[in-house]
Write a protein that binds this ligand. Structure first.
Ligand SMILES: [Zn+2]
Length: 201
């Protein structure tokens, strides 16, 4: 398995999870960084969704139960697809689709069946993560937290084909690119060449 450091540019773990599909809007380049159960659990530990020891323990559980792990992966991807649709709708100013809300609701109901209240106010759920499926539950709880708040700072990178989401925490609220060293630079280079072409002709 290729050991990769996840690119955590979203500013929220749910956006980082959505961003595990790179070049989402360019079919020829799309890469799914969560290509198997082990990649999902490794990502969960590296992204801060779970602590690293917990993620390693779940990896061992998943290795001992490939069928269960495959189920976890399918559930995680289903949730991710629904979240991507909801985030796209939010950025585009469109109403969320009912089928996507239904997927999140199912995951959230399942999560709340297992979660307890943390012993402090304000009320917040606390999930004892002991099985690979708990990763999907933890993501659902995080998603509910993100999507029930204001999304005015939610952005989708303007790099062609990129499709990554992030929270714009710049002081001017004008951040447009996932990373200036990546999509932002490519766009500057493109504009530079377009300008020099224009001046030549
Ligand atoms: Zn980008």
């Amino acid at each position: 398995m290729e050991a990769t450091t996840p690119e955590l540019i979203g500013g929220h773990v749910v956006l980082d999870f959505a961003n595990t599909i790179a070049w989402r809007l360019d079919e020829r380049r799309t890469v799914d960084r969560v290509s198997g159960p082990a990649e999902l659990l490794t990502w969960a530990g590296a992204s801060g969704l779970l602590d690293a020891d917990r993620a390693r323990a779940l990896l061992r559980v998943a290795e001992a139960d490939p069928d269960g792990a495959a189920h976890t992966l399918r559930a995680a991807r289903r949730l991710r697809t629904a979240l991507l649709h909801l985030l796209d709708a939010a950025v585009d100013g469109l109403p969320p689709r009912r089928e996507d809300l239904a997927v999140v609701r199912r995951c959230l109901r399942d999560a709340w069946d297992r979660a307890e209240f943390a012993a402090a106010l304000p009320l917040r759920p606390e999930l004892d993560v002991t099985a690979p499926d708990d990763v999907v539950r933890a993501l659902a709880l995080e998603a509910a937290e993100l999507l029930s708040g204001p999304l005015a700072n939610l952005r989708r990178c303007r790099g062609p084909g990129c499709g990554w989401f992030f929270l714009d925490r710049s002081r001017s609220h004008t951040r447009q690119w996932c990373r200036t060293g990546d999509c932002g630079n490519r766009e500057r280079v493109r504009r530079h060449y377009a300008r020099s072409r224009d001046t030549r002709h």
